[in-house]
Ligand binder design. Sequence first.
Ligand code: DSN
Length: 425
Amino acid sequence: MQKDTAIFNLLNKELDRQRNGIELIASENFTSLQVIQAMGSVATNKYAEGYPGKRYYGGCEVVDEIETLAIERLKKVFNASWANVQPHSGAQANTAVFLACLKPGDKILGLDLSMGGHLTHGSPANFSGKNYQAFFYGVTKDGLVDYEQLEKTARAEKPKMIICGASAYSRDWDYKRIRAVADEIGALVLADIAHPAGLIAAGLLNDPFDHCHIVTSTTHKTLRGPRGGIIMLRHDFENPFGIKDPKGNIRSMSQLLDLAVFPGMQGGPLEHVIAAKAVAFAEILDPSFKAYGQQVIANAQAMAKAFVSKGYNLISSGTDNHLMLIDLRNKNLTGKKAQETLDKAHITLNKNAVPFDDKSPFVTSGIRVGVPAATTRGLNEAHMETVVGFIDKVLMHADDATVIEGVKEEVKAFMQQFPLYPELG
Ligand code: DSN
């Protein structure tokens, strides 16, 4: 068969888009070329249902080595005693945790999606809100997690699981406080660290493993790996709610989690993605990754300061991590209008509900801005001021096509100094 020029031309077009724009979607990043090469490899051809040494297919001896290496590296990254690298995504990782720990109809308590939480933490639109009875905590008027509300709801409803973690929250978490109330009511604590995982791995934010029973993450955000999910335990334990394996046997939590991923809710693992995860985990174990994490935080803080100096209203007034949430109501703009206008200037970010938003999730009053991808490109604190200058110019001239076109050209020229995948020509 001839080369599929239709698709490869589109992939080249996507490479150009990535090269010429400023990527500020808080959940995106640029992997190394090695990660991409491991993903685009012959391991995609292999079926390997099961786990290393216990597969349902022949010919798994090499992928067994790949998956074992990925697990061992990941355990080192987070000082964990057990890890599962098979979840296809963060949502799948959370699904497996619920399957291992809870029965349908059990109560869970998570951060409200409209306050920065995640779909899989109990949203009525998601399996987590359909299969389980979901309760929520929010943030205070200052934009900080409302721990008092969390504690009050936990004591009143006695959920079996409290979930911490967010998609649009710019502050660190008090895991110890959450664990204290969980112990009081006999609940498990799940930390979904998909967003800040790389900063936690670099030792720059509070360590959830000290206080949370189970930790899940994606691998493609601040961890800078391929698109995928992971589940980890620092200490194994027995499920406190009497959940047994399909044969009725009592198992440790690590065994229940393995069974929940496969055969519980996935079939064959993506061994090519697991190979790429292993490459990314080795990169995280390299001392240079800590410097990357430090630069991410320095960039986010420089960017937050630049936005504030231009009169933008940041939720919680700043950031501890890689992102910030901006309420655009004082600028008379919606999140939708801002996202669509910035897109025209090749500055990519997403509209986002802000706490106590009066607009629909399709419109929103805010934008979420994140720096992990731009930091990987090589931008530093001074560049953040330039980027905020571009954003402000576009937003203040949102209906002026000539200004927007001018910024697009400036953005393209600016990004030439930060080559992306030069090896690809
Ligand atoms: N969609 C991801 C994000 O952008 O934060 C969360 O799953």
